[in-house]
Every structure is written in structure tokens, then in C-alpha cells.
Design a protein around this ligand. Structure first.
Ligand code: SF4
Ligand code: SF4
Length: 191
């Protein structure tokens, strides 16, 4: 059974992928990880993650693209930089997480119905098109494309913000929006 599992894992791995990731900004030291686990022990969110930061590094190095990119871990990372500050190998794990997020959106590999990648994608699309993000519409799009039920839990706060003039229904747009540099950050459609 263990041999079958190992063979299946080997079939699913993408051996060249780790080298591609190691070319991305902040990921250059990927292969110098000594798997000491300091990052996982330091990370305030690792208890909520499906793979600890140390395991994410290992998955990437072994070429397990789907597991790493579809993990909740990369989206739960709060960019607090604790791991990067304590890593004995000076690996910029926060930047690795950013690169993996961009890869996940580009390859459309992320946890289904998980709101954070949807929010990131919708935010980028809105800003690229209008030069501004309109909070209410951003939250609406995020909820409708991930989990519409969360709108029920937000209705009370939303109404208070609207009533006190802190949130507008208007979609803002800047002048000369076409002059914005249009960079592809992999913000493709997220469904
Ligand atoms: S702290 Fe650095 S060397 Fe240690 S497991 Fe994490 S990334 Fe690897
Ligand atoms: S930057 Fe992300 S992975 Fe690193 S300790 Fe903070 S939350 Fe955890």
C-alpha cells in the first residue's frame, strides 16, 4: 500500500517546477532550506494551516504543485514576516508565499470557494479597470463568487456603514484610467 502511495505521489509530482519557482523574486534560496521547522514554530497562523510553512517549502521542492498551490496555507499567510526574520537560512518565506499565490491564481489552482483568492482577483480586476476599489461591490463580488451565505452575516455591519455614510453604492473611477500601467499579475477569472 505504501509503495502504491509512493508511486502515485511520484506520478503526480512536477520535477522541474521547483526550479521555476526558485527563479521568482524572493524564492532564490528555496533549495537551501534545512527543514528545521523554525518557520512553522514561529508562524502565528500555522495552527490553522493545512500544511505548515516548512511543509509548503518541502512540497514545492519535491514538485507537488497541486498540493502546494491548492493549499489554504498560502492564503492564510498574513505576511507578518516572523518566519523570514527567524529563518537560519535567511529564506524569504513571506515572498515565497506571495509567489505561490500568484502562481495559484495564474494556474487556477486554489481551494474551491475559498474567498481570499477570489477577493485578490476581483480587487485587481476592479483597480485595473477603474483605478479604485469600491468596497461594497468588491465584497459583493467576492461573496457571490465564493460563498453567498456570508453576505447574511455582513448585512448588519453593511447597513450601519451605509446608514452613516461610511460606505457608498457608487462605483468610483479615476480620470485617465487608460494611463495606468497594465501589468498581468495572473489575475485571471476566478470562479
Ligand atoms: S526556518 Fe528556514 S530553513 Fe528552517 S524550515 Fe523554515 S524555511 Fe526552512
Ligand atoms: S509571514 Fe506568513 S508564513 Fe510567515 S510567519 Fe507570518 S503568517 Fe506565517
Amino acid at each position: 500500500m505504501q509503495i502504491e502511495r509512493k508511486m502515485k505521489q511520484q506520478r503526480e509530482a512536477h520535477p522541474g517546477w521547483a526550479s521555476e519557482i526558485a527563479q521568482l523574486p524572493g524564492c532564490e534560496k528555496l533549495f537551501s532550506c534545512i527543514q528545521c521547522g523554525t518557520c512553522s514554530g514561529t508562524c502565528p497562523l500555522s495552527i490553522y494551516m493545512d500544511y505548515t510553512p516548512r511543509r509548503i517549502i518541502n512540497l514545492v521542492r519535491e514538485g507537488f504543485q497541486e498540493e502546494a498551490l491548492a493549499s489554504q496555507t498560502i492564503w492564510l499567510c498574513a505576511s507578518c514576516y516572523s518566519c523570514a526574520a527567524r529563518c537560519p537560512q535567511k529564506i524569504q518565506l513571506t515572498d515565497v508565499m506571495y509567489s505561490l499565490k500568484r502562481e495559484a491564481i495564474k494556474k487556477k489552482l486554489f481551494p474551491k470557494r475559498f474567498p481570499i483568492p477570489v477577493l485578490a482577483s476581483e480587487f485587481h480586476k476592479m483597480v485595473a479597470k477603474r483605478g479604485r476599489s469600491s468596497e461594497m461591490w468588491l465584497v459583493m463580488r467576492m461573496a457571490l463568487k465564493s460563498n453567498p451565505m456570508i453576505l447574511l452575516t455582513m448585512m448588519g455591519t453593511g447597513w450601519q456603514l451605509f446608514r452613516t455614510g461610511r460606505m457608498s453604492l457608487r462605483m468610483e473611477k479615476i480620470d485617465r484610467v487608460h494611463e495606468l500601467p497594465h501589468k498581468s499579475v495572473g489575475a485571471t477569472e476566478v470562479h
